[in-house]
Design a binder for this molecule. Sequence first.
Ligand SMILES: *Cc1c(COP(=O)(O)O)cnc(C)c1O
Length: 419
Amino acid sequence: MAKVPFLTKEKAEDIIKAFPTPFHIYDEKGIRENARRLKQAFAWNKGFKEYFAVKATPTPAILQILKEEGCGTDCSSYAELLMSQRCGFGHPDIMFSSNDTPEEEFRFAKEVGAIINLDDITHIDMLQKACGIPETICCRYNPGGTFSISTTIMDNPGDAKYGMTREQIRDAFLQLKALGAKHFGIHSFLASNTVSNEYYPTLAKILFRLAVELQQETGVHISFINLSGGVGVPYTPDKEPNDIMVIGQGVKEAFEEILVPAGMGDVSIYTELGRFMLAPYGHLVTTAIHEKHIYKEYIGVDACAANLMRPAMYGAYHHITVLGKENAPCDHVYDVTGSLCENNDKFAIDRALPQIDKGDILVIHDTGAHGFAMGYNYNGRLHSAELLLREDGSVIEIRRAETVEDYFATLEGFWHCLG
Ligand SMILES: *Cc1c(COP(=O)(O)O)cnc(C)c1O
């Protein structure tokens, strides 16, 4: 699938007059249409709800759009819970799927009305002491071993730090039941960024069978199954995107095959998607400020890995479009670099692109999730602004760029010491 930016060169030039590069920009129309498709794909399930994984894009304007589309939030830290609360989310619209959780965060999660998803059996004790066991509770499952779709190994749950073993989740349900829990959920996240319509249906079968067994073994009422995140997006243009309607249908078939005959047709399906909800609807927009010819050809841009860590951290591919040169031949080979004193600060390596001239505007695609969110301050580089392209074509700033004063703010006390 050709990757087409949601900005033209003219539009980008217009935006840059008010907001200099680099910036992240999100496409409201794309976000809303995609959220509606997801809802439609699971409309067969009465209690279906998407809890957007806040860590993917922790930006209130984005959470607000998703709220209007009927989504809740999935949090794993105090700050994410607080942001959700300030955006007006409450019970039952917040999921707290954390791990290695500090006691005070359990307390705060209960206070904001979040559904607590326990990562470990020993957390029952901690939660009981911190604030008591809520009536609705969820446990995270880790089946161990490897996770395969037909014959392809997708991931390695046996090596993952998350979740409880099969024996532990049964014991956890029994303990929680004895402590007064009434409505139970099961959660599992077994593979990340899957570009396959089979991931959710395969995971659903595992969790639906587990749910039937656990209900029989423990007598608890299982009210929801949380398929979590992991439905991915094609970062490279050669891959076909997931078809969410096919995915929803696959989960429905598993539901009718396993849960309905067990008398569990009232179970709600939850998701905690991050990447699928946002990645394609964000661009990192940056300007070429240098060309350098040494042993290779380099284009230096005004963004760096501190604005988008995935290429440096995972070697991830992010497609690049040079605005205004969409149809020009890709007859040059470049490394596209940022300014960090780190040789892995490269948005692209040996990438065939049209000739790039200083001042050209580059769109780095699929940065709407795990993009801005993973930003950091190495080399004194600052977080960029975030902008929203609204449905009516107007652009608003939804987070201003960080300033050096923001960066120095935690040093205030020390400046005073220096007198
Ligand atoms: C990261 C995460 C998600 C979202 O994952 P995506 O790959 O962005 O869909 C959902 N749930 C939990 C618990 C996570 O840690």
